[in-house]
Design a protein around this ligand. Sequence first.
Ligand SMILES: [Zn+2]
Length: 492
Amino acid sequence: MRRLTTLAIVAVSAAGPAGCAGEAPGTLTASQAALATTDTRSIEYSGTGRWFQFGQAANPTLPWPAFDLKSFSARIDYEAPVAQVQMERIQVVEPNRARPTPVAQRVVQVVSGTHAWNMAAPAGAAPGTEPAPQAQPAAVEERAMEIWTTPHGFLKAAAANAASSQAVEGGSEVTFTVGGKYRYVGRINARNEVERVQTWIDNPILGDTPVEFAYSEYRDFGGIMFPARIVRTQGGHPVLELSVASVTKNAPADVPVPDQVRSFAPPPITVTVEKLANGVYYLKGGSHHSVAIEQADHVVVVEAPQSEARSLAVIAKVKETVPAKPIRYIVNSHVHFDHSGGLRTYVAEGATVVTHEMNRPYYEQAWAAPRILNADALARSPRPATFETFAEKHVLTDGRRSIEIHRLAGNGHNDAFAMVYLPVERILIEVDAWAPLAPNAPPPPPSPFAVNLYENIQKLKLDVRQIAALHGPGVATLADLRSMVAPATATR
Ligand SMILES: [Zn+2]
């Protein structure tokens, strides 16, 4: 029976332009027929491969860091529409890069219409706590895109959005726009397979960010044609490489939206001010903090995390705290997207970006991309970004107060990584090398990132009194850091 089916497919493929019910191969309608799009209301596919952490490259010239995907499954209901993705993954250990021992992560991500959520234990919960729905409104855009970029989703969306089709060598290129905003371009080959889909989603660093799917090795998975190989790239590097092992057509895939997700209202963005010394303000709020330092006729801000919304709130608080002085410098710790997503807002304010020399070309190239999906302040009022860069050390001074920016050399977290030291106030500002613990939290094993931070402080002979960590509950001391890195440094 299987052999007969295979023969029948070969016969149709070989029949040329006159085959397939009079439809020329490689067209949108031929592909819709070959993949039985109308008949496919939902799909489940699973496999193994690699997942890569977007925006977290260990330096701006490297791809996103790799994780082994021990399992991956996606259930998509095209009619609802709903998508639920489950992954089990663990970071790949790289020789020559000391990271904390990787821990297996289980991830469940859902989108249903205009709601998105993860199933996860609440932050800070004891190990073994039951996962509960955590609303993720910012993820709706990307997860909806994941539905309409699957082969069947692309063909359905093409039909629903008046796609235009153009004959190209060996097939056709199909283009349409969803919601008047999101453009999709796909390529159908002479075997009537969707072999490539491209779209763009918004990102604070990369602007209109290309997302590309390559689908290959199509085969019949028990009654449904589907690619056995999926490669997705985002922002120029792979984010998913999947070998598909099984596909099920029309399995139930609908998921009700949990009440706590439906009624979720995002908390307002808050910025609290804690004075650490004369003219030194710790600006906390949410998960990512900044520090403002008042100089004679200007302000220096350390770190522009997350997004324009966060930067606008921090900038408003700086202007309230230090009135009538412009923000002249924004110091950037490293290129990870959660620590650089708010930089452009400061550029729009006229601030100079201070960052490691390796990061400058990356930002210059990224910031030149189009920003049609979500025009930020700098896109609306363009101006060239100005930079001050360094290899090992840079000093900003107004003649009275020195602000030292040091490279965190040899840290496995990032190769172009900075910390800030105020020698008079004896304050160190750092992020992602070490985060102080919440009160009563059980101490984790010593992290090589924190050990490296401690070694850099010793090597540079920084006489640190306070550590203003840009993650975590608040200011810590050098003794707190030392207690966390012992016994790793006890013999040094
Ligand atoms: Zn980082």
